[in-house]
Design a protein around this ligand. Structure first.
Ligand code: UDP
Length: 254
């Protein structure tokens, strides 16, 4: 395949020009970073697994009517997506206290939150993605009130759906980060889910043992990082014994 023009290289992905106007190719790397890129490493096979996991979750979300940028997976490490205008807000949805929420507010990690909590962070590497309020987002024009309403409605649907999907395979969806983009079709604009949904941006704990199966294994030097990602894919039924080629449905947990 002819090498495509690279448009952007991020910490875990590279974006290339797509084969048709309005499309991009999203390439998943094995590189991992944490703590605003102060910690760097490689998680062998992560890119292949995240490509698969994100494809699977985006397709399931499309099935329930959540619009996403995903078009189709191209190969082991690449997927074709719609080109969108990324809204510079990272939206974090939390169900159980962990990570920065626990550190900042002193809520013990693992405590179920009274209700799902949504937080906003301004996407800016130089500033270390600071947390912002709705006021900052609308005042500085990063997103309109209408955009935010749409984003929150989508995030809550994603949370309900993915919480159930993961629980069905014995995994707690503790928290996760979403990004959204604006997609224009003729003169109509709609907000769609962009980026990826994978153990890089979700906290996933085994429902029985509490074992972490996500990027915290890397962040906190817990070891067996690859195995965590693989176990998520295996439980979702997208990592059959035969290898990464075949697909089967998710495996129900008792
Ligand atoms: N997260 C992310 N990208 C970021 C920051 C957070 O994907 O730049 C995800 C992270 O994986 C977790 C959730 O958002 O699932 C909440 O992260 P938190 O605010 O606790 O930050 P952290 O502990 O990762 O610093």
């Amino acid at each position: 395949m002819a090498r495509r023009r690279q448009l952007y290289e991020g910490k875990a992905k590279i974006l290339f020009e797509g084969p048709e106007p309005g499309t991009l190719v999203q390439y998943f790397k094995d590189d991992a970073t944490a703590f605003n890129a102060q910690k760097k490493g490689v998680i062998t096979g992560k890119g292949v697994l995240n490509n698969r996991i994100s494809e699977y979750l985006m397709l399931r979300l499309e099935e329930i009517g959540v619009p996403t940028h995903f078009i189709r997976r191209l190969n082991m490490r690449e997927q074709l997506v719609r080109e969108v205008e990324i809204i510079p807000i990272e939206m974090v949805v939390r169900n159980i206290a962990a990570g920065s929420l626990s550190t900042r507010l002193g809520i013990p990690e693992g405590q179920r939150l009274p209700r799902s909590i949504i937080e906003y962070y301004y996407k800016n590497d130089q500033l270390g993605d600071p947390m912002v309020a709705e006021e900052h987002i609308t005042a500085f024009g990063w997103a309109s009130t209408q955009d935010l309403d749409d984003m929150v409605a989508l995030a809550l649907r994603v949370n309900d759906f993915l919480s159930g999907l993961f629980l069905g395979v014995g995994i707690l969806l503790v928290d996760f980060k979403l990004e959204f983009g604006r997609l224009w079709e003729n003169d109509e604009m709609r907000i769609v889910l962009a980026d990826e949904i994978s153990p890089d941006n979700c906290r996933l704990w085994d429902a029985k043992t509490g074992e972490k199966m996500d990027k915290d294994r890397f962040r906190r030097d817990l070891g067996r990082v690859e195995e965590g990602y693989q176990e998520v894919a295996r439980r979702l039924g997208i990592l059959p014994e035969a290898g990464l080629r075949d697909m089967k449905g998710p495996e129900a947990m008792q």
